[in-house]
Design a protein around this ligand. Structure first.
Ligand code: PBG
Length: 325
């Protein structure tokens, strides 16, 4: 037995700023982030979005310019969303070869070849009813019939030059359908980041203002997950992995860090978190009032997301935050 009474004093490691920095377990870098951009067909000028200060529906030209600017600022990757001129009941604009996203991808890749361009694969922005899949006369979301359209959409993105496709529709089996379509057409090298664990969330409200994608009737609860579910997240993630997903996403981020932490133990692919529109807007609103320090809150949030297990964070703050690093 020792003669000394050893006192544990955790504060010893907190006294010196250099030592505190040296001991950090999670550190953010430019390469953690993906910056979402919205390109809208048929507008002459950018349209500001009231519920998301700093986010715009962009003209094709402005979208290309912003992508370039973001790349110069150190942003490694963008995620593209399109808003078509015309919507219909089969989302024709989503998989049109001359669709707005397809045009934006090829222009951005030509202007900025080293910027990683990801494309969101979904039908909701292109459907007159605003749902993420085909809808039957009785209002039912048609899972299997939607798969072909989603796969066509992903293929058209790859043909336009997309570096990675990210299906967000939440139909069952869409990862497998997209993988097969890409492989059969010579795009075996294009990865899929699946929005595998996507909850039916009120935090998407502001996004639907920007993307003009709010469902006209009903809600998304028959395809997006119930936010009280934990085990189902594991089921969704592993199923998507087995269908060929290369990266698994959890969405939203902050309210779902327990889910991220669970997936970290069971998934063998990298994990991504989508810090969604409502999470962005709440921070923007509070900081505009002077109630919180915007970048301090953002840094703390992203550190927590990474600590929980995310390798990649998709966020509207990406460019500003990287500039603050
Ligand atoms: C499309 C899609 C949505 C988001 C990303 N892709 C909205 C939705 O499911 O209604 C939300 C992103 C955000 O809120 O920032 N299906």
């Amino acid at each position: 037995m020792s003669d000394y009474e050893i006192q544990q004093r955790p504060r010893r490691l907190r006294m010196n700023a250099t030592l505190r920095r040296m001991l950090e377990q999670v550190r953010l870098s430019c390469d953690d982030f993906v910056y979402p951009l919205f390109v809208k067909e048929g507008i002459k000028e950018d349209v500001a979005v009231v519920s998301m200060p700093g986010v715009f529906q962009r003209t094709l030209k402005s979208c290309v310019a912003e992508a370039k600017d973001a790349y110069k600022a150190g942003v490694p990757a963008i995620m593209l969303f399109g808003i078509p001129d015309k919507k219909d009941s089969k989302a024709s604009g989503a998989y049109a070869n001359d669709g707005i996203v397809q045009k934006a991808v090829s222009e951005i890749k030509a202007a900025c070849p080293d910027l990683l361009v990801m494309t969101d694969v979904c039908l909701c922005e292109y459907m007159d009813h605003g749902h993420c899949g085909l809808v039957s006369k009785s209002g039912e979301i048609l899972n299997d019939a939607s798969l072909e359209l989603l796969a066509q959409t992903a293929l058209s993105h790859a043909q336009a030059g997309s570096d990675l496709v990210a299906p967000s529709d939440m139909m069952d089996f869409r990862v497998g359908a997209i993988r097969q379509m890409l492989d059969e057409n010579g795009f075996t090298h294009i990865p899929i980041m699946s929005y595998a664990v996507k909850y039916a969330s009120a935090f998407y409200g502001p996004f639907r203002d920007v993307a003009e994608s709010a469902p006209k009737m009903g809600d998304r609860k028959s395809y997006q997950m119930n936010f009280s579910m934990t085990k189902e997240a594991i089921k969704e993630a592993l199923l998507d992995e087995s269908e060929g997903a290369d990266i698994i996403m959890v969405k939203p981020a902050m309210a779902y860090l327990d889910i991220m932490r669970e997936l970290r133990d069971v998934c063998s692919v990298p994990l991504a978190a989508y810090h969604v529109s409502g999470e962005y807007s709440m921070i923007k609103a509070a900081s505009a009032q002077g109630w919180v320090d915007e970048m301090a809150v953002v840094k703390e949030s992203f550190t927590a997301i990474k600590r929980a297990g995310a390798k990649i964070i998709i966020t509207y703050f990406a460019k500003d935050f990287i500039q603050s690093l």
